[in-house]
Structure formats: C-alpha cells, structure tokens
Design a protein around this ligand. Sequence first.
Ligand code: BG6
Length: 465
Amino acid sequence: MGTGSPRQADALVFFGATGDLAYKQIFPALAAMVRRNHLKVPVIGVAKAGWDRERLLDRARDSLRHHQMLDDTTFATLAGLVDYVDGDYEDPDTFDLLRAKLGTAKRPLHYLAIPPSLFATVVGALSKSGCARGGRVVVEKPFGRDLASARQLNEVLHAFFPEDSIYRIDHYLGKEAVLGLLYFRFANSFLEPIWNRTYVSSVQVTMAESFGVQGRGRFYDQTGAIRDVVQNHMLQVVALLAMEPPAGYGHGDVRDEKAKVLRAIPPLRPANVVRGQFVGYREEDGVAPDSQVETFAALRSHVDTWRWSGVPFYVRAGKCLPTTATEVLVRLRRPPEAVLGQDRSGAPNYVRFRLSPDVTISLGARVKAPGEAMVGNEVELALHEQAAGAELRPYERLLGDALRGDASLFAREDAVEAGWAVVDGVLDGSSPLYSYQPGTWGPKEANALMSDRGGWNDPAPAAQP
Ligand code: BG6
C-alpha cells in the first residue's frame, strides 16, 4: 500500500508496543502486511517499559516465531520500518519525541493498544504535541463498561478527533466469515423472500470457547461474558443477520442499517438472561474468590422491526464449553401439518452459518426416506466450506483498512452506544448466576430460555485435518 492516496496514513504509531495485544495481534498483522507488500510506512511503537528499539525488535521476533511467521526477509523489512519511543504517557517529552520521530508525516494513524483509562491522557497529549493534527486514532475494545462510560469515552475522543477519524476495532467485523454472512444475505435472491417473520421461526448465535480465561483473570473478572463478547461481537453478528438492505453501495450504508437494528432491540431484562460461571473460575489468578462475574451468558431477545417482529433472537456465549466454535442457526417455520402424511418429529429447515474456526454455510432440508411410508430424513446441503486458517487475519484486514482510511468495518459511535443500551440493564449482576462444569454447555437454566422446539444448536467440534 503506497502513501499516495489522500486518505492513506503516512505513519503508524502504536501505543502499548511492549504489551500483550502487540505480541498477539499487531506484530503478526504487520508481518502479514509486509509479506503482501502492503506496508510501506514507518511504524513507531510507544510504551513505558525502559526498552530500546533493539529490545522491541527482539519482542517482535519472538512474536513472529510464536505465530510461525518468522522469516528473514519479512523480519528485515519490518525491522527497517520500526522505531521506538520509550516514555511515560503523562510526560509531554514523550510526545515531543514522537512528533520529532514522525518527521514530515502529515497523516499519522495512532493505534491505542492500551487500557481505556489511559485514552484521555494519550489523546490529549497527542493533540498538544501536534501529533494528532491530520491524524486518526484506532481504539481497542472495551469501549467503556456500560452506556454512561461509553458516552464519556466518546466525548473524550471527540474533543480531539472528529468521529470520522475514530476507528473502534471489533475484530469480529474483520473476520472473513462474518463478511461472508453479510455477502450471502444480499447476494442471493432466493433468500430475501424468506428472510423475515413469515418464514423464520427463530435465530440463534452461539459463541463457544473450550478454554478458560487464559491468564487474563484480572481483566476478565472486571468484564464478564456480556461485556467481553455479547455487547460487541455477538450484537454485531445479530445486526448483520437482521439488517435491511443498505440504501447505497458502500459500507457507510451498512453501518447505518446495523445501527438501526441495534436501536430496535429492546433493553434486556434480567428475566431474559441466564448467567453462568464455570467451576474453578474463582481459583484463576486475578479472580476474586467470591466473584459473581459470568463466564457464560445466554439471552433471549427480539428485533422490533417490521421484518422481525415476534421472532426470538437467542445469543449464547461462554468459556470452558465443550468446543471452540461460533455458529448462527436460522430456523424456518415448519410446513403445514400432516400434508402427505409428513412426520412431525423431524427438524425444520434451517440455514446454518459456521463462522469459526472453519467456515460453512449450509441449508438443512428434508427428503423422503426410501420405503412405502411418506416419511423423511434430514439432510444438510453445504453451500460453502472453508478450512480453518485460510483467510486474512482480522487484524491485518482492519489495520490495512485503518491505514487506507476506510472506516467501514469499524464500530461507529451510535452502534456502540446502541449495543450498550441493549445490555445496560443486565450489567449490574442482579440476574442469578449459576455454576456449570467445564466441558458442558453451561448451566441447564439456559435451556429454559429457549422456547424454540429444536432447542440450542450445539456446534460440533472442528473436523481434524
Ligand atoms: C475477544 C475476547 O474480544 O474475543 C476474548 O476478549 C475472546 O475473550 C475473543 O476469546 C474471541 O475471538 P476469536 O476471534 O478468537 O474467536
């Protein structure tokens, strides 16, 4: 990617360069961009760690090795772009040094891979030092802890950057399979006539993870499943499933339609939410021994629009479940009773989107079983299948878009706030918390939420290669 376009950033600054996110996501994304010849701008890491540039490069090398992305050519090119500023975010000298390192850059992209409590300090200092001028900023989730704090955070950011220069990352939006869902919905004319309350009986999304909090106990115990993945990733998927066709060509229009869906979801009430905590969570490092934080959440909701009125939308997400997979299941209504002596016990038709780790789009149907009786079997027609790991990494996609100045796949202020408005009423922990054994599908109370006769769809484990 060159630096010619007027929107193209001419430097990438990332705060939190010595941290976890940089190690897990940013260095691999940068290396992938280098390999595709998509990264041509200086990259400046900033942190307060007492490190120098060499130490940061060692860390980058470790990260690439860990992610099996280390090769001499890529590393040499990346190293040629990387610089480092070590300093306190409270100290104006840090930002003066950064401004000096930015040299003639006029459109820097500042990536804040730091805790939200530091956002105000850093954006304020960026502005004072002149580093913000002409630039834009990428912020990581969580965008606040609830509706009020998300609004505050947006106010802080808006004091220094206009909304179209603020890029809020929700990495789910950079996933190929999630974009595939959006494409499938609007690229197939057979779908539109049935994609509504007349034909759809329920919609459900399950995000299952077979692992626990993986050393993130301290963060997780202040977050919980609803804040961590429901308010953002899950609601974004619901929005893509339920949105109206965009009015125009381009993702700005998609963002408008998604925001409308989120505004049409009534605020959740405790009666429509089941929270769970896996047995053993309280022994994790950084977790309070009497923690009431949920590692599992299931909820029943609605999208109160003309298209979806009366159709239940179910969402379930949890840690330490039997497998790691995210799936959407859209069940269709059954055909009328007893036509052709049809048996009533089988599953209704459905559309299934498996979003990760492998990607599938399939249709569930019924066909006649051989024999005299007019009874059927369930069959599944796979329309699309893609093995795990074949796609662009979400962070590579999103960082590339942010550098290019394309905000389409980033969460907009109104959508983020609408997402918080949906969950705000169930964040105070007042709904009961049930424990569940690791390796199960969460507390059995979640089944009572589900009124669809087919129950929850438990995603199957990924096929072994
Ligand atoms: C993150 C959450 O946003 O998403 C994690 O903080 C979660 O708790 C992760 O594990 C899941 O993302 P992915 O892309 O690995 O399915």
